[in-house]
Every structure is written in structure tokens, then in C-alpha cells.
Design a protein around this ligand. Structure first.
Ligand code: UT7
Length: 321
């Protein structure tokens, strides 16, 4: 038995911040941001929108497309590193808003790999028959943990949500999924303080993302290449068996570099970050949903999703849609 994605949904906040807008606030240029990152604009949540609001919208759209009753969902997992509050978790907040009563609901904190981690767990619940209909969401409001005076990070990070509904199926579905992490890289992309660790002498950027971009870039390219080769080898597949590659949307230069190393034509890679920036756990499901809605990705296609994020954490998932 397989788990199969029966529908996807996504949501981006209405507020658009262009590179030109950022030129007015920090020492940067539209040209630099486009050429170094591929990002043209990003979406930023309004002050009254929390991560759960974005997650709820994406989930609702997926539920509508799946044509299921929300009450049939018996598992909710949200990948996020920017929960509204420590507790209740984002899963339970959207559970209540969706009117779901009989489900487990929790969130998974694996930064930009959060969606792949959440999907991996949901797949295990479905295949062990502990769940019969799972709602998996990747949602983040990175704008809330971004230092808007730091040009190294604020041009990259943004807000969004994407969701998938999984059900059991006799026909393939999720073919494989591998997760990994290496905490030794923790200091390349991190938030210095948080819930239990408090600064002795608080500074304005204590609760914001700090990144050694260049080093993250290099590890990201190497890791994404090696985990792809491992995932394909385990399935006795090669890159030509993949119809669509959906990597985490952090930087088009990372994506092009990985595609080149793998020998997959760039036309087979879904790239959406130009219009929404790096949305962390939302980036892969946003790209998946956009790929399907645009008609590029079709039923029966084989898709390889690649997550990579702070921690470092990473994950692969090969699916037949
Ligand atoms: O989602 C989790 C994973 N995250 C990532 O994968 C992000 C990975 N890293 C990156 O995408 C890239 O490293 C960045 C886009 C963050 C930076 O690009 P880069 O080509 O690695 O630039 P750099 O950090 O080596 O900086 C090159 C120059 C520096 O100036 P100097 O020292 O050469 O004079 C920076 O100060 O570019 C400067 N710079 C900027 N200039 C204009 C850095 N940010 C900006 C900016 N506008 N926004």
C-alpha cells in the first residue's frame, strides 16, 4: 500500500515587496538581488496574519480541491519554524478552524526541510494504517524573524504556505523518502535566542535569523547533489526517470548548480522563488501546487522533492502523482 497525494493547495499573503521597495530601505539594488538570488519580489504577511492563518488558507484550498469533507482528516502535521506561539501548536489551531474533531495535530520543526519531514511522518502513519487521511502543511512567516536592516538576509526571506492531502492507495504514490541532519552546521544559519535561551544583554537582532550565506550555499549544493544520488540509487532509478525536480526554493544559483551537477535539464526543474522568495517550509509545497495548477506537472508524473534548511536538516521524497 502507498500514500498518495490527492490534492495540493497554497497561499501567499497579498502584500508584495519588490526589490525596488528594498532599495529604498537598505543598501542594495534590484540588479544585485536578481542576479545573486533570482528573487524579484516576495510576499509579506500583514501584521494581523500569523503562520496559522497562512496554513489555514493553504489547507482549505487543498481540501476544496480534494473534494473531501474536512472531518475525514484524521492527522494534521505542520512543518514550521515560525509557529504563532509556543503552544497551542499550529496544527491544533488550524484543526479548530477547519472544524476537525478526530485527529492528531502537531508541528514539526525542521526549518526549510519542514514539509519533507512532515510528509515523511504522514506517509508512515498512512502506511501503518494509523491514519486514513492526512493534511500536511508547510507554512512560515520568516518576515517575523528577519532583521530588516541586514541586507545579507532580508532580501531572501518571505512568507507563505502550501498543503497536501494524503490518502492510502493501491497504486504508487510516495515511492520513497529519506531524512537527514547534521547539527555540526548549526552555526551557519541560526536564531541566537528564543524560548528557553535568553540574552543577558538584549540586542535588536537577538531573535532574528543570522546566516553565513556563502558557506550555506556551498554545503547546500553538495548535500542536495549527494542526497539525490542516494535517493535515486536506493530506488534503482536514475535522473532520467524523474519528470520533475522540486528543490527547496532558496536561490536560483543553488538550483541551477544542483541541476547541472545532476545532469537534469533546467526545463524539468520547478522554480518559483522569483515571485515569492525563500518561504522556508512552504517553498516545496508552493512550488508543487503551482507546478500542478499551471498544467506542467500531470497525473502519473514522477517527482523528486528536495529539502534543505537550517540545522542543517535535509530530506528527499520521490512520488508518483
Ligand atoms: O533556506 C535555507 C538555505 N539558505 C540558503 O540556501 C541561502 C544560501 N546562500 C545564498 O543564497 C547566498 O550566499 C546569498 C544570496 C545569501 C549571498 O550571495 P553570495 O554570492 O554568496 O554573496 P556574498 O555573501 O559572498 O557577498 C558578496 C558581496 C559582499 O560584498 P563584498 O564583501 O564583496 O564587498 C556582500 O556584502 O555582496 C554583498 N552583499 C550585497 N550587496 C548588495 C550581500 N548582500 C547584498 C545585498 N545587496 N542584498
Amino acid at each position: 500500500m502507498f500514500s498518495k497525494i490527492i490534492a495540493t493547495g497554497s497561499y501567499l499573503p497579498e502584500n508584495i515587496v519588490t526589490n525596488r521597495d528594498l532599495e529604498q530601505q537598505i543598501d542594495t539594488t534590484d540588479e544585485w538581488i536578481r542576479s545573486r538570488t533570482g528573487i524579484e519580489q516576495r510576499r509579506i504577511a500583514s501584521i494581523d496574519q500569523n503562520t496559522s492563518d497562512l496554513a489555514y488558507e493553504a489547507a482549505n484550498r487543498a481540501i476544496d480541491k480534494a473534494e473531501i469533507a474536512a472531518e475525514s482528516i484524521d492527522l494534521i502535521i505542520v512543518g514550521t519554524c515560525t509557529p504563532d506561539v509556543v503552544t497551542p501548536n499550529v496544527g491544533t489551531i488550524i484543526q479548530e478552524r477547519l472544524g476537525i474533531k478526530n485527529s492528531a495535530a502537531f508541528s514539526v520543526e525542521a526549518a526549510c526541510s519542514g514539509f519533507i519531514y512532515a510528509m515523511n511522518i504522514a506517509d508512515k502513519f498512512i502506511r501503518s494504517r494509523d491514519a486514513s487521511c492526512a493534511l500536511v502543511v508547510g507554512a512560515d512567516t520568516l518576515s517575523r524573524i528577519t532583521d530588516w536592516t541586514d541586507r545579507n538576509t532580508c532580501v531572501l526571506f518571505a512568507d507563505g504556505a502550501g498543503a497536501a492531502i494524503l490518502q492510502p492507495s493501491d497504486t504508487p504514490g510516495i515511492l520513497s523518502s529519506e531524512l537527514g541532519a547534521d547539527g555540526a552546521y548549526g552555526d551557519l544559519l541560526y536564531v541566537p535566542y528564543g524560548t528557553s535561551r535568553k540574552p543577558e544583554q538584549p540586542k535588536p537582532d537577538d531573535y532574528c535569523l543570522h546566516m553565513k550565506g556563502n558557506e550555506v550555499f556551498k554545503v547546500a549544493v553538495k548535500t542536495l547533489e549527494s542526497i539525490t544520488l542516494e535517493a535515486l540509487a536506493k530506488q534503482n532509478m536514475n535522473i532520467n526517470d524523474i519528470d520533475w525536480l522540486i528543490p527547496h526554493q532558496a536561490n536560483t544559483r543553488i538550483i541551477h548548480s544542483v541541476a547541472k551537477r545532476l545532469g537534469i535539464p533546467i526545463e524539468k526543474v520547478i522554480i518559483t522563488l522569483s515571485h515569492h522568495g525563500n518561504t522556508s517550509a512552504a517553498s516545496i509545497p508552493l512550488a508543487l501546487d503551482e507546478g500542478i495548477d499551471s498544467g506542467k506537472i500531470e497525473s502519473g508524473d514522477t517527482i523528486l522533492m528536495l529539502g534543505f534548511g537550517a540545522g542543517f536538516t535535509w530530506g528527499t521524497m520521490i512520488i508518483k502523482l
